[in-house]
Write a protein that binds this ligand. Structure first.
Ligand SMILES: C[S@@+](CC[C@H](N)C(=O)[O-])C[C@H]1O[C@@H](n2cnc3c(N)ncnc32)[C@H](O)[C@@H]1O
Length: 434
């Protein structure tokens, strides 16, 4: 490498390290979500191109994913000049190595800066034990175990018998991209993926779900995405939509629709017929649904204030409560939440979840269904919430369905587990009103 290139890489490393430290410490101090902090940082730093954004975002995600092992080695507050902080650069280099990002050009500048001997550095092992060995060997980080990668309060809130090591292993993996084909566009979507040499995997049971193996997949560059042939949606979320079993003559209410991922799926399951009413306490989020619905050419979705739906005489064949929760099942996507969420988040959410279910249940027709879902792994927000609801609302009963992941029957509630398909962790219950 010539001197000019060296100097360029070093100055890039100085500015990346500064950006990463600013964002990382801001998230820790303000307990503000990393994805929002990144958005706000890049809004203020228009000079960052796509490569810069990629390197900075991936560095921040890596630091939070492996924070449990790096915490004690990181400076307690933001260093004045992060690139001159041996501790910060060392922890960041270790995080990038753990995440398999040693190909980022600024990784080598961090290594030079910290004088880590990389002469025999191997590529990152896939398993936790291999990573522990590598960290000890190359980065001299010792006394590590898998349990340090999750907060202490986490295991007690899980169902009895949870395989904690397998769970940690899943939580430490970067989530793949799943797409959901809509409007029966399978042939067109697969042709475009093949033409652009994207490696993909078709789910054997969820027939609209495709996992993209390419880590740098950019949906908006695909014609199929621009024309509404597919949406980005994790497999677990697609499972929730399938448990709804929406029919073409149904009217559904998606109570907590957010940006409308599940409303779009319900609209597609109803083949553009029937109707799906989307609401959310945050009406600004619903603005994101409108262009998505237009792209998918769904005329059967309408957006409404919650109050209007409650006040109307309309009753629904199906009501979906995709409830706000502690989000422990999507920690892979938001690893910062592992360290900024407190155990009471799981406890506090349950009352709100129960209130939303009760409000929503009033609008389920006799013979209709209420589907309750969360992306939480806690017993409190899932099985206990359903139990408390059933205790109060005597005209609802759990109704069995086939687990969309594998077709196996379940008794009306099930957990969508991370493996074997590499998706988020979710919970879903289907309740029939008699
Ligand atoms: C898990 S997210 C929903 C995600 C969305 N269904 C999707 O598929 O993209 C939960 C949503 O519930 C909304 N929410 C929180 N409290 C609510 C309430 N009392 N009534 C309706 N929506 C609520 C939040 O604003 C948030 O958008």
């Amino acid at each position: 490498m010539n001197l000019d290139a060296n100097a360029r890489y070093k100055s890039q490393a100085i500015s990346y390290t500064q950006a990463v430290a600013e964002i990382f410490y801001a998230v820790l101090e303000k307990k503000y979500p990393l994805d929002k902090e990144l958005k706000s940082y890049f809004r203020q730093h228009g000079e960052c191109g796509s490569r810069d954004r990629y390197a900075i975002s991936e560095s921040c995600f890596s630091l939070f994913r492996w924070f449990g092992w790096l915490d004690s080695r990181l400076p307690k507050g933001m260093p004045a000049k992060p690139f001159e902080s041996q501790k910060f650069c060392h922890a960041l280099a270790a995080a990038l190595w753990l995440e398999g990002h040693n190909d980022l050009p600024f990784f080598s500048s961090l290594i030079d800066q910290t004088r880590i001997d990389v002469s025999f550095m191997s590529s990152t092992p896939n398993d936790i034990q291999g990573k522990i060995k590598g960290l000890g060997h190359f980065f001299k980080l010792r006394k590590l175990d898998a349990a340090q990668l999750i907060p202490e309060w986490f295991v007690p809130i899980l169902p009895d018998g949870t395989d904690v090591n397998a769970l940690i292993d899943s939580l430490q993996r970067r989530p793949p991209v799943w797409i959901r084909i809509q409007n029966k566009s399978h042939i067109r979507v697969k042709k475009e993926l093949e033409k652009r040499e994207v490696v993909f995997f078709e789910h054997p049971h969820c027939l609209n779900a495709i996992r993209i193996q390419d880590t740098k997949f950019r949906a908006n560059e695909f014609l199929g995405y621009q024309s509404g042939d597919f949406e980005i949606q994790d497999l677990a979320s697609q499972c929730i939509g399938l448990v709804c079993q929406a029919k073409t003559d149904h009217v559904w209410w998606d109570v907590c629709a957010g940006a409308g991922g599940k409303s779009l799926m319900l609209a597609d399951e109803m083949q553009g017929k029937g109707r799906c009413v989307a609401t959310d306490i945050r009406e600004d989020l619903l603005d994101k649904l409108k262009p998505r619905a237009r792209r998918g050419k769904f005329k059967n979705i309408s957006v409404s204030p919650i109050g209007d739906v409650c006040a109307s005489t309309n009753m629904f064949d199906g009501v979906l409560v995709d409830a706000p929760c502690s989000c422990t099942g999507i920690w892979r996507r938001n690893p910062d939440l592992k360290w900024t969420t407190k155990v009471d988040a799981c406890m506090k959410a349950t009352q709100a979840q129960l209130d939303i279910c009760e409000m929503a249940s009033k609008k389920v027709k006799k013979g209709g269904v209420l589907v309750y879902a969360t992306c939480s792994l806690s017993v409190e927000e899932n099985e206990n919430c359903v139990r408390a609801f059933l205790k109060k609302e005597k005209d609802f009963q759990l109704e069995g369905f086939a687990n969309p992941l594998n077709g196996k029957p379940c008794d009306g509630q099930c957990r969508i587990s991370f493996q074997p398909f590499d998706n988020d962790g979710m919970f879903v219950a289907r309740l029939r009103k008699s």
